[in-house]
Design a protein around this ligand. Structure first.
Ligand SMILES: [Zn+2]
Length: 85
């Protein structure tokens, strides 16, 4: 399974990234904080994280949009001919 995800994996239940126990080939992973078991192992955990990453990406896009709007507002401050909604 190929992935470009370089960050830390997080538990889908409790969000912890530092309580994982896994067997040698990572075909079984358990979170020792909330006792969640990933019977699909690393692939299953990765899948949960991929969904989270997609959410984060959407959030980043929204934040960037806000930031750009704010910068434009700042840039045009004092110009009464340009209005932002
Ligand atoms: Zn957990």
């Amino acid at each position: 399974m190929e992935t470009h995800y370089k960050g830390k994996l997080r538990c889908a239940t409790c969000g912890s990234d530092s309580h994982f126990e896994f067997n040698e080939d990572k075909s079984y992973i358990k979170c020792s904080k909330c006792n969640r078991e990933y019977l699909g192992g690393y692939d299953e955990l990765m899948q949960f994280n991929q969904e989270t990453i997609d959410e984060i990406k959407n959030e980043i896009v929204q934040n960037v949009k806000k930031e750009i709007t704010q910068k434009l507002k700042d840039a045009f401050r004092g110009n009464k001919n340009i209005k932002f909604k």
